[in-house]
Design a binder for this molecule. Structure first.
Ligand code: FES
Length: 174
C-alpha cells in the first residue's frame, strides 16, 4: 500500500539515498505536517537506508521534533533570567490554573500545549510569553487569561502557517 501520496512523499523522495539528510528530512516533514507520523518514519527508513532506531534517536535527541499531532495553540511562558526576575512564576501559575495542565502537557481537547522557554528575545518587556507565533510582553496575571481566551477564538496556528498542515489527515500522509 502506498502510504505517502502528498507533500511528505515528495520530501522523502527528494532525500532518498542520502542518509546524512535524515535530520533535515525529519524537520521538513514536521514543518509540513505539524508532527512526524509513524508512517513517515517507516517510509524514511526505507528511502534513506537509515535504521529506524537511528531515526528514533534523532527524534528523541531534538526536543523540537514530535511524533504526535500538535495542539491548536502553543503557549510558551518565558523563564529566562529577565522574565524570572519580573514575575514569570506568577504568569505560569495563572496559565496552569486556567488550562489545568503542567509544563510540557497538552489539554485533553488538544486545544493548548504549554511549555517553558528560556528567552523569547523580548527581555526589555519582561515578563514575556508567546501565544502561537505572537510574543506578548509585560504580561500580568490578570491579562493572561484574556490573552488565552482570545487565542482560543483564532484558527489553529498550524493552519495559518501555509494553509496545508493541520488538521492531520489532510492528505499529507494519507
Ligand atoms: S528572558 Fe524572557 S524574553 Fe528574554
Amino acid at each position: 500500500m502506498e502510504v505517502h501520496a502528498g507533500p511528505v512523499s515528495e520530501i522523502i523522495a527528494r532525500h532518498a539515498g542520502h542518509p546524512e539528510m535524515a535530520l533535515v528530512a525529519l524537520q521538513e516533514i514536521q514543518a509540513q505536517s505539524g508532527y512526524i507520523a509513524v508512517e513517515a518514519v517507516n517510509a524514511l527508513t526505507k528511502a534513506l537506508g537509515v535504521p529506524e532506531g537511528e531515526l528514533q534517536s534523532i527524534i528523541t535527541f531534538y526536543t523540537e521534533l514530535r511524533t504526535t499531532p500538535p495542539a491548536q495553540h502553543r503557549i510558551c511562558v518565558c523563564h529566562g533570567d529577565s522574565c524570572a526576575a519580573t514575575g514569570a512564576d506568577r504568569i505560569s501559575e495563572t496559565v496552569e490554573a486556567h488550562l489545568g495542565i503542567a509544563p510540557n502537557q497538552t489539554t485533553p481537547d488538544c486545544k493548548y500545549s504549554y511549555e517553558h522557554v528560556y528567552c523569547l528575545g523580548n527581555c526589555a518587556l519582561s515578563p514575556s510569553m508567546a501565544i502561537d507565533e505572537q510574543v506578548v510582553g509585560r504580561c500580568r496575571p490578570d491579562t493572561v487569561v484574556q490573552q488565552l481566551e482570545r487565542a482560543s477564538e483564532s484558527p489553529a496556528w498550524h493552519s495559518r502557517q501555509d494553509g496545508s498542515v493541520y488538521p492531520p489527515g489532510d492528505g499529507s500522509h494519507a
